[in-house]
Design a protein around this ligand. Structure first.
Ligand code: SF4
Ligand code: SF4
Ligand code: FES
Length: 319
């Protein structure tokens, strides 16, 4: 048995103005998980400790929480992998959510973004038109399996720095789930789905990979790249800054081997978008005053052919 201390965030929105922390000492088997340790603390020390859980097997997605500052599933986290040097484990609710009671948070913003996707198949024809179920080839199904494994635990959403500064951003889970329907050959609403996820600020993703920790290996950061590529391929929202920015960055690096910042700014805002260009003019003037103005034109670097070879090998889509 191991003697450990759980240092738990405590808060009840019904009675508390500010949160406090409780330290709970327990004895648990060496191999116990953080969730089982919480269960022990609740059963043996303080029955009021509140947290969500159901399956204890990383299937239901209920028990995501912050464990020593890193968000993850408590039922998938063995205590002996996260114990601090003083034998304690600090447990907090998921960040990017409002706490409700102890480790339970208000999930509404997360579910709202999920609901906006219309997360169900919308085929062009009716079920009655098919003698049997709608068939999908193994190749087509392979593209969906990872994303369909999402258990909506919100771990990735809690880890996303863009959600924390701009709560309007759809977040990694919603975008990965949008991918699951966008790539489904049985679905007929690809363009509508792409437009919707673009409206939900798809292009705000900063590709920081903070969401790469996903207990179900959905790899939401990769699905975001896929959805952005599909947006460009389907010519959706091409009048908006997000796709325009991606294409002009792509173009200038391919042409010169470098980022031609002046062209990128013009291409993103829109060369004929006078209002948009006037809006960023003060920034340009401040940069010029500090001697930071990027050159208007760039010559290609000497080995630009090597850069182009990389593009070709990656089959990067062109504007
Ligand atoms: S993508 Fe992964 S981390 Fe995000 S909600 Fe789904 S299962 Fe959880
Ligand atoms: S890669 Fe994008 S979605 Fe994932 S955490 Fe970073 S900003 Fe958020
Ligand atoms: S209790 Fe179901 S995922 Fe942890």
């Amino acid at each position: 048995m191991a003697h450990i201390t759980l240092d738990i965030f405590r808060f009840d929105q019904g009675t508390d103005e500010v949160p406090h922390r409780d330290r709970v000492d327990i004895d648990v088997p060496e191999t116990t998980t953080v969730l089982d340790a919480l269960e022990t603390a609740k059963a043996e020390v303080d029955g009021s400790i509140t947290f969500r859980r159901s399956c204890r097997s990383a299937i239901c997605g209920s028990c995501s929480m912050n464990i020593n500052g890193v968000t993850g599933l408590a039922c998938k986290t063995p205590c002996n992998t996260v114990l601090r040097s003083d034998g304690s484990i600090h447990i907090d609710p998921m960040p990017n959510f409002q706490p409700m009671k102890d480790l339970v948070v208000h999930m509404d913003p997360f579910w709202d973004k999920y609901t906006r996707l219309k997360p169900y198949l919308q085929p062009a024809d009716r079920d009655e038109d098919h003698e049997r179920e709608r068939r999908v080839s193994p190749e087509d199904m392979k593209k969906l399996v990872e994303a369909a494994n999402c258990v909506m635990c919100a771990t990735c959403y809690a880890l996303c720095p863009v959600v924390s500064v701009d709560p309007a951003f759809a977040g990694p889970a919603a975008i990965a789930y949008a991918y699951r329907f966008i790539e489904d050959v049985r679905d007929s609403k690809t363009k509508e789905r792409l437009a919707q996820i673009n409206d939900d600020y798809l292009w705000l993703c900063a590709h920081c990979y903070a969401c790469s920790y996903c207990p179900k290996h959905v790899e939401p950061h990769d699905r975001i790249v896929d959805v952005k590529r599909r947006t460009v391929a389907e010519r959706v929202h091409m009048d908006k800054p997000g796709p325009r920015h991606a294409l002009v960055v792509n173009k200038t690096i391919r042409q010169t081997g470098m980022l031609a910042e002046t062209e990128v700014i013009q291409g993103t805002v829109g060369r004929f978008n006078i209002r948009g260009l006037l809006k960023i003019a003060p920034l340009g003037m401040r940069m010029a005053a500090k001697g930071k103005m990027p050159p208007l034109f760039l010559r290609p670097i000497p080995k630009v052919d090597e850069v182009r070879t990389i593009y070709e090998s990656l089959e990067v889509p062109v504007s």
